[in-house]
Write a new protein. Sequence first.
Length: 148
Amino acid sequence: MRPFMKHIGEIWRCANLYRTQQYRGQEIGSYQDSYIINICKHPGIAQDGLAKLIYVHKSNVARQLSSLEEKGFVTRMADPEDKRVLRVYPTEKAKQALAHIRAVHKQWNELIVEGLNEEEREIVAKYAEILAESAKRIVGQEEEGGAE
């Protein structure tokens, strides 16, 4: 089998560069957009739950949320029933940024498959989804195995 992870990594890094350019002047970094999307989709999500949802280490989530909070995109509050749990909520600023973030993602998705016909686009999407599900399954298995 030909190696392909190198290419997936290159696509990911190029996507980050593209998004960074598109977010210039918006106070959003290319790694913060997934936080805003998911916090808007799940207002009140626990900080630890967000880490699991977007497959990021808890310490990275804490750092990114601190930055987003300083910039006015999110607020964090202790859960009234369990003070150890931090709940994250989008601010109006995050909700307003969401449309721009989604537009940038849509534009990148269209640009990256430019030159492919509809059938090829469907094949790429299908196999990308299969690979993502395999990756999630592997990470889930490793987490379960590590807990024992």
